[in-house]
Design a protein around this ligand. Sequence first.
Ligand SMILES: [Fe+2]
Length: 189
Amino acid sequence: MPVSYILEQYVNDLRAITARETDPIKITDLVAPLAMKFAQSGEWFRPEYRDCDAEQGFSLHMLHEEPNHDLAVFLVSWLPNRGTTPHNHKTWAVVVGLEGEEQEVSFNRRDDGATPGFADLKRDGEQVITAGDITRCYPEHIHSVWNVGKTVSMSLHTYGRHINYTGRSEFDVEQMREKPYLLKIAVDE
Ligand SMILES: [Fe+2]
C-alpha cells in the first residue's frame, strides 16, 4: 500500500526546509527522502504525464511552482534514445527515477567561466538511473541525461527554482561553447 503524501504536503515541506536552510547540500539531503516518499505515493500521477514532446525529445510536466518560480516540481518523460545536451541548473535539484533507464553523464569544467560563451568541459563519469534511484545536483554541476532504454522513461524532478528562470546554460563540449538553456514546458489540461 503506497504511503499517502500529497503534493500540497510535499510543497509545504519544501517551503519549511528552504525557509531554514540555504546550503544546497543540506537542502538536498533533507529533500531527497521526501522526494522519494512523494514519488512512491503516486497519487499525483496522470496518464498524460507519459506524453513526450517529439521535437524536444522529452516533456516537462509541471506539478508545482511558487508564484515567484521557486520550488518547481516536474514529472519529466523521455522518449527512447533522446535526452538533453550537457547543462547546468544554477539551482539545487533532486531527481527520483520512476520508470525506464536514464543515463546521467557528468562533466567537469576546466576553464574559469570568465570568457563569455566559452566552456572547456571534460567527461567525468556516468550512471544509469532506474526506478527508485535518487540523484542530486548542485547549482554548478554539469550533466546530460539520455534515455538509454527501449521505452519511455520518467523521473520526478524537484528544483530550488524553475529551471527556465535561473539563467542556466547548455554546453557544446566539442565546440567548447556555452549558451542559455531554455526548455519547452508541457501544457497539461
Ligand atoms: Fe539536469
